[in-house]
Ligand binder design. Structure first.
Ligand code: TRP
Length: 474
């Protein structure tokens, strides 16, 4: 919210924010009135609460319905992030009014991270001797914290490890969920390092309307999709919180250390928790923080407490790791480094990320070739013109076209992608033709994933999820 201190419309921002809180309150009431789904109501309430915190941070006053802000004075600059131009990003909600999606350059400034620029990409290429992944070349992983430190360490033959995760909120994973895993697999291969993957079934139990049993079942189902991405069983440990926490004193000690060094006020500021959130939620961030420290995994790292951690994740997870980086030096540990990705847009447009609860907002890993085709043809937001004549004359707009955006994620051939961009922009390529390319790119990709998933046995899942030494000496 630094924006409130240096924007040129400061005097109107708190009022605008006041109006947003009011409007969001009305939205929650109307969703409840029409008995909307719990997921939808939950998301709206989350946004409302976060907006209230943002309001308080910006004005120094509690939001009171019907009383617009007076004599406001901003109090801090590290709460949930929204600006007067409407982008909102926290672990639960991503919203923007811009069809091109969230303004990621602004997010870098607000979150205080660093841009992954050409220089860093070149350095990764030099250090690893590998062509940088197209997610790096195309700005899909666009922001980082301390990546240069990781490269320094690597050049000095010091090992690091990778940590990523997934909240298993349902059985159904969609293509967007694969992005961090595809990239993590590439990192694991080029750097040859251990990887830990946290499945936060506890988090989903706390946040969603789920039983403990369901949450752990989803963790196992999701683990199969993750394994199907091709991780090396000798270099990868996957764990479910509900399972691993109870058997790892090393892990639990780190959770408690983090808990001792973060106050309720701090998590309120970072995550927008309120007095009526259950205490499980309030203490959960410590559980997502703990895997950033090597002593949480003595079976892999023995007694080494100083193996640095690199976390590839979507940018909405950054609040957890801002908190982690803040406590790390205070409990005698290294700060984890981070690589942040942009969001995978919903079929309907880049205003929001995809949601597992809306089947038409995404392509699922279980979709048939026919479903993929129908969804893309029917729902993928087009940046093309209404009529062929207009389109031929004026061309389409790749910046808002969801099919084009998806191709930047999944079409690896740079030349082909560039040719399509030019043809679409000039009007030579029609929306239907662009969609056809996307359909033909995704169908085999998903089919291959389904094939690999079928080959994942219960025995393999169990092996991946057993605490054990990996193929590295520490
Ligand atoms: N909270 C994340 C989610 O809901 C899951 C997660 C846990 C994670 N640890 C992580 C994601 C580390 C990225 C990196 O999906």
């Amino acid at each position: 919210m630094a924006d409130f201190q240096n924007c040129d419309s400061c005097s109107s921002s708190p009022l605008e924010l006041f109006e947003r809180v009011t409007a969001q309150g009305e939205k929650v009431r109307s969703l409840k009135a029409v008995k909307a789904s719990t997921d939808e109501i939950d998301a709206a309430v989350k946004l409302l609460l976060s907006l209230k915190v943002t309001y308080k941070t910006a004005t120094g006053q509690d939001y009171k319905a019907g009383s617009p802000p007076v004599n406001f004075s901003p109090v801090s600059n590290n709460g949930p992030t929204t600006t007067q131009d409407e982008d909102f990003v926290d672990p639960w909600t991503v919203q923007t009014s811009n069809a091109k999606g969230v303004d990621y350059d602004k997010l870098i400034v607000r979150f205080g991270s660093s841009k992954i620029d050409k220089e860093l990409i070149n350095r990764i290429e030099r250090v690893t001797g590998q062509t940088p992944h197209h997610f790096l070349r195309r700005g899909i992983f666009f922001s980082h914290r301390d990546m240069n430190q990781i490269l320094d360490a690597y050049e000095n033959k010091k090992r690091f490890y990778l940590y990523t995760g997934r909240g298993p909120s349902s059985e159904a994973m969609h293509v967007g969920h694969l992005i961090p895993f595809i990239f993590t697999k590439w990192l694991q291969e080029v750097f040859n390092v251990p990887l830990v993957i946290q499945l936060t079934d506890d988090e989903k139990y706390l946040w969603k309307d789920l039983t403990i049993q369901k949450a752990s079942d989803y963790a196992i189902e999701n683990a199969k999709d993750i394994i199907a991405c091709g991780f090396d069983i000798n270099k990868t440990f996957i764990f479910s919180d509900l399972d691993y926490l109870g058997m790892s004193p090393g892990f639990y000690k780190n959770v408690v250390k983090v808990q001792k060094h973060v106050t309720f006020n701090q998590v309120k500021g970072i995550f927008g928790f309120t007095d009526s959130d259950c205490i499980g939620k309030i203490s959960f961030p410590a559980i997502q923080a703990a895997p950033s420290f090597s002593s949480s995994f003595p079976q892999i790292f023995k007694d080494k407490e100083d193996i640095q951690c690199l976390i590839p994740c979507a940018i909405d997870q950054d609040p957890y790791f801002r908190m982690t980086r803040d406590v790390a030096p205070r409990i005698g540990y290294l700060k984890p480094a981070l690589l942040h990705s942009i969001f995978f847009p919903a079929l309907q447009g880049a205003q929001t990320k995809m949601s597992a609860s809306d089947p038409n907002s995404s392509i699922f890993l279980t979709d048939t070739p026919k479903q993929i085709k129908t969804k893309i043809n029917k729902h993928a937001f087009s940046g093309g013109k209404d009529t062929i004549e207009e389109h031929r004359k004026q061309g389409g707009n790749c910046e808002v076209d969801v099919s084009y955006m998806y191709l930047t994620f999944f079409l690896e051939d740079d030349d082909k992608l560039e040719k399509m961009k030019q043809a679409y922009t000039s009007g030579a390529l029609l929306t239907g033709e662009l969609k056809k390319v996307l359909i033909e790119t995704l169908q085999p990709l998903i089919a291959a994933h389904q094939q690999r998933r079928k080959q994942v046995t219960d025995e393999m899942v169990k092996q991946f999820m057993t605490p054990r030494k990996l193929a590295f000496e520490f």
